[in-house]
Structure formats: C-alpha cells, structure tokens
Design a protein around this ligand. Structure first.
Ligand code: B12
Length: 217
C-alpha cells in the first residue's frame, strides 16, 4: 500500500526530485489522481502554510515546497484531463495592480484547478481593465483577487468599481484574499467573500456558485 504521507513530507522538505519519484510510484499504484493531489501534494503544502504562519518555515523554504508540489502536480494533471477535470466554472485570478506577490495567489489558483474549476491565472500587477477583459473573454463566473500590501488592497475596490461601471458586476462573483485582507474589508468594498487560505477559497467559490445557481432557478 502506497503511503501518501511520504509524498507530503517530500513537499514539506522541498525535494522536487523525490516528489517526482513518489508521485510516479503513487500513479503506478493506481491511486486516484485527485487523492494524490489533495492528500499527498496539497496535504504537504498545507503543513508548509501552517508552519510558515508560526515562523517555523521561511520564504525560501516555502518557495522550494511550492516548486516541489508543482513538480508532482505536473505529472498528475494529464491524468485528470477530460476525466474528473470537468469545468465547474471559470475562475479568473490575479494579483492586483502594483502588487508583485504571487505565491499565495498561485496556490489558490492551483487548488481551484485541482478541484475542477477552469483557472485563468493572469499573473501579477493586473489592472482592473485587464481583469475585466479576461472575464468577458472567458465567460468567467468568479473573479479572484489577491493583494499582499496594504497599499494595493485599494486596487481591489477599483477593480470592483470597474466591474460596476462596465455592467458586469451582477454576472461575476468577486472573491478576495491575501495576508492583509479580512472579511470586514471584503464587506467594506462590496466583494462577495473573503477566504484566509487556499482550502477555504475552494469552499467559498463552491458556495458562491451554488448560491448563484439557486437564485437562477
Ligand atoms: C515573499 C514575500 C515577498 C517576495 C514575493 C515573491 C513572490 N513571488 O510572491 C518579494 C521579495 C518579491 C516581496 C517584495 C515586497 N514585499 Co513582500 N513579502 C513576502 C512575504 C515574506 C511572504 C508572502 C507569501 O508569499 N506568503 C506565503 C503565501 C502562501 O501566503 P499568502 O500570500 O498570505 O497567501 C495565502 C492567503 O493569504 C490566501 N490568499 C492569497 N491570495 C488570495 C486570493 C484569493 C482570491 C483568496 C480567496 C485567498 C488568497 O491563500 C493563500 C494560501 O494559503 C510577506 C510576509 C507575510 N507574512 O505575508 C511579505 C510582505 C507582504 N511584503 C511586504 C513588503 C513591504 C514588500 C515590498 C514593498 C518590500 C520592498 N520594500 O521592496 C515589496 C513589494 C513589491 C511589490 N510591488 O509587490 C510587507 C507588506 C507590508 C504591508 N502591510 O503592506 C510584508 C507583510 C512583509 C512585512 N512584514 O513587512 N515580498
């Protein structure tokens, strides 16, 4: 029986070579791709997130773990294509204008992708206009905004204001996150919700899309 804990531990150690070896072993052992991702790879990354929060791990180590997790996800992804990877809804995600932090945003994007959403990751330093163009072009149902700086948090409000101005605010749910963000701030700027980590972000998106279908009925 393959032990997914060892795969998670290799992510925590940031050992991308070992992650590749163990992911391939898990695939050969016929473990479900989503189980490999959720319990092995993301399971390890969740521990990294918790240890980072209590200063038990630092940025270079977090980056190495993220890279190791990606190495595993790249191997598993092709197995999901066309199978469980049905599109539950398109999410446009990015870090707002003026902000170059992308680790948390990428984690959220990856986790959403692994949970069955189509994710368009625009990257960092994205203007309100760029976000809205991507929503329109891809029929995005969720707009996910990340900000790590107190100075760039306000660009989230500008992005929501631009959605209103361009008449698409009622067609898209806006979720926000990043270290300085809170539910209170989300309420203040008229976003649809805030989540504190990648797992909570997946739950939030699922709930908002479910609520939207209930209203549409
Ligand atoms: C790594 C880092 C950097 C790296 C970024 C590398 C990269 N590729 O991202 C570099 C070195 C480039 C950097 C630069 C700067 N940084 Co910096 N950086 C950090 C640091 C140490 C970690 C951030 C991180 O990656 N955390 C790990 C991830 C996993 O956590 P996370 O981002 O919070 O994401 C989680 C949640 O927030 C949530 N989430 C995130 N996004 C989203 C989006 C949605 C939709 C949802 C639902 C959830 C969600 O889920 C994620 C997963 O759990 C923080 C300190 C900190 N404690 O946050 C400072 C920090 C954010 N940086 C800071 C500063 C000041 C800067 C600089 C201005 C420094 C400078 N003087 O040059 C520049 C700004 C550059 C710019 N224009 O953006 C300050 C911000 C202070 C403030 N209050 O505004 C911080 C807080 C450090 C500090 N204590 O002073 N930084």
């Amino acid at each position: 029986m393959f032990d997914l804990t060892s795969l998670g531990n290799s992510v925590i150690e940031g050992d991308d070579e070992q992650v590749r070896v163990l992911t391939n072993q898990a695939i050969s052992a016929n473990i479900e791709p989503l189980v490999i991702i959720n319990e092995g790879l993301i399971g390890g990354m969740n521990v990294v997130g918790q240890r980072f929060k209590v200063n038990d791990m630092f940025v270079p180590e977090v980056l190495m773990s993220a890279r190791a997790m990606n190495a595993g996800i790249e191997l598993v992804k092709p197995l999901l294509a066309g199978g469980e990877m049905t599109n539950k809804g398109t999410v446009v995600i990015g870090t707002v204008k003026g902000d170059l932090h992308d680790i948390g945003k990428s984690l959220v994007g990856m986790m959403l992708e692994c949970s069955g959403y189509k994710v368009i990751d625009l990257g960092v330093d994205i203007s309100p206009e760029e976000f809205i163009a991507a929503i329109k072009e891809n029929d995005g149902k969720i707009l996910a905004l990340s900000a790590l700086l107190t100075t760039t948090m306000l660009a989230m409000k500008s992005t929501i204001d631009e959605c209103l101005e361009q008449g698409i605010r009622d067609k898209v749910k806006v979720v926000i996150g990043g270290a300085p963000i809170s539910q209170e701030f989300s309420d203040q700027i008229g976003a649809d919700g805030y989540a504190g980590d990648a797992a909570a972000a997946v739950e939030l998106v699922a709930k908002l899309l479910l609520d939207a279908t209930m209203v549409a009925r």
